[in-house]
Design a protein around this ligand. Sequence first.
Ligand SMILES: Nc1ncnc2c1ncn2[C@@H]1O[C@H](COP(=O)(O)OP(=O)(O)O)[C@@H](O)[C@H]1O
Ligand SMILES: [Mg+2]
Length: 290
Amino acid sequence: MRVTATAEFMLEPAFFPPLEPNRDAGTSRDALGLGQRAGPGLNTRHGTILTLEDISVSFDGFRALNNLNLYIGVGELRCIIGPNGAGKTTLMDVITGKTRPSHGKAWFGETLNLTQMSEVQIAQAGIGRKFQKPTVFEALSVFENLELAQKTDKSVWASLRARLSGEQKDRISEVLETIRLTSAVNRPAGLLSHGQKQFLEIGMLLMQDPQLLLLDEPVAGMTDAETEFTAELFKRLAGKHSLMVVEHDMGFVGSIADHVTVLHQGSVLAEGSLEQVQDNERVIEVYLGR
Ligand SMILES: Nc1ncnc2c1ncn2[C@@H]1O[C@H](COP(=O)(O)OP(=O)(O)O)[C@@H](O)[C@H]1O
Ligand SMILES: [Mg+2]
């Protein structure tokens, strides 16, 4: 039997879909909203970039999110923690339009109703998501991955053939510096370390210039040095962007967040500084099972 691989096929990330849908991994396209651009002029008059009120999500009667309320300020770096099954990934699914809430309000800025927008519209409006597993195009170089993330043309080949403007090249150089991959610019992404692939994917998100970045367990599997660099990077990105980071690594959370939200059974259990939530009796009960 002859198998003819199409160009598109060869350019897909080198992983095989697991038998069970893996909710922690997207494809390059849905992780990045490839080619989507942040909409200009998001209205954040009251200083809130994301408003979630009374959000519930049910799966066959089971409430993965249960009357959840959450507000993220413009330029804030918020960490979301909580035990497995608390609803953290479902929360990101609701914000990005992947899952529709059965009930509740979700606003991006003052005027964009996320519950009525498609995933593509949400990405275009300026919400970028990074899944837990890096999903870069392994056969392409670091530069080409960034180039693709910037392009609005959906076809991989057309994007790579089109010529870049000086401004686009400058933006790529800037992002390469930000994610510390300047010296690896021509390396195939498949040859990067796990941590470098994560940085590249963050760089691909940055090419879209999203106003709100959602990051699901970004430091899982990273070395200590890579984790430290990620902390530095996120602190630098905050202010210019708003960040919502789901993470289990409390050392990392402590090093970046001034505000932490604890999720439990689909609702907010506590909110405050990491110290405050760690001292909270209900949080201690949930984590220690007392
Ligand atoms: N598509 C789905 N179908 C059925 N149950 C789901 C689905 N997605 C999530 N759940 C359930 O919802 C709960 C919250 O899951 P999740 O958001 O992945 O939690 P977390 O990311 O905090 O570990 C879990 O009990 C999970 O099994
Ligand atoms: Mg999860």
